[in-house]
Design a protein around this ligand. Sequence first.
Ligand SMILES: [Zn+2]
Length: 429
Amino acid sequence: MTIYAGTIVDTPGDPFTGDPAEALGETGALLVQHGVIRARGPLAALRAGHPDEPVVRLPDGMLVPGFIDTHVHFPQIRAIGGLGMPLLDWLERCALPEESKLAGQAYAREVAGEFLDGLLASGTTSALVFGSHFAPAMDELFAAASSRGLNLTSGLVLSDRILRPDLLNSPESALADSADLILRWHDRERLRYAVTPRFSLSASDDMLDVCAQLLGKGVWFTSHVNENVAEIATVAGLFPGARHYLDTYRRHGLVTERSVFAHNVHPDDAELDVLAEHGASVSHCPTSNCALGSGLFPLRRHVEHGVRVALGSDVGAGAGPFLPKEALQAYFIQQLLGAGGLPLTPVHLLYLATRAGARALGLDDRVGDFSVGKDFDAVWLNPAPGSVLAVNLKHASGTVDALARIFSLSTPADVAGVWIRGAERRVPR
Ligand SMILES: [Zn+2]
């Protein structure tokens, strides 16, 4: 057993339902055994009960739960920073040419390592990862995640039209390759499989039928929806019988409590009702929405309809895999929406970067906060002495104020330690 002592902060409650301050948790120490939290409380109390156990002291900064990224593209880690384009141009000019290169397995192996080390260095310990169009690249990703202990849900990306030809697969090969990957990787250690049509723009009804067959195997589902107005218009033209964009998925039984849809920047009320009714989640990707000019996310409408929302970095359209940056951008967007926005407190931001993701991914019985019985997945944010963040933390008036300074100022350089199920992971620098 090991005792971790410091300023330990989490959100065991839900700040969107009631007083945000009451959603916050804080303790001085955690007792961890075999990677699982066995007790939380003041250091003196835990030491009194376990006087012979070693104490890891984290004297400065703050220990928070490992971040949970609910939308990030593995093949795009080398394609961040393509500014100045709307979605469909950016895909064609930046993202998809890079994604094609993952046809080479050695290339995919290198990218998988860079990608997962990038998540770890950003304090991300769980992720729903948009995969590659190539099955061997998925084997590389799952193998690399397994060796790092990351909580990873991912799957082969399926498309049978409109994209460049080398990224297309037939519904038949999609079914066979996906079933094969599910057998090899789903529910193995901390890995799970997600059926992943790129978006219905590039997936025919036959392909979406295949997705439904695969979903019957008890796996997860993820895709994109309502990101950009030109995309939405194209989808409407491709599915003249659909009531709205989300209906292209719903008609195939793909909107479920195991479904996570990225973006949803431009939903109508009927779509929000369908999401809520089926218990599906939305991954809000703030820096991506801003970089591509996709729009300002209507968080208030999601919350009012009872739709679960978590955060995604959407790398490579997003500005990097560091979730606190997404949380800050989410805050900015709600400020810009004025009366239609939902003002976010620092407690909301911590919740969105951690526990909201655990709930969206059905992992909240295992990760997302530091409750007793959960895995010790944690990130220690501790800025260099004399840095602007260190100065601000020193002058913070309390925990909530300190969180505000962290979300405003922190970068991956402040990630001083990452633990996955109690094992400290070397943070690549
Ligand atoms: Zn995306």
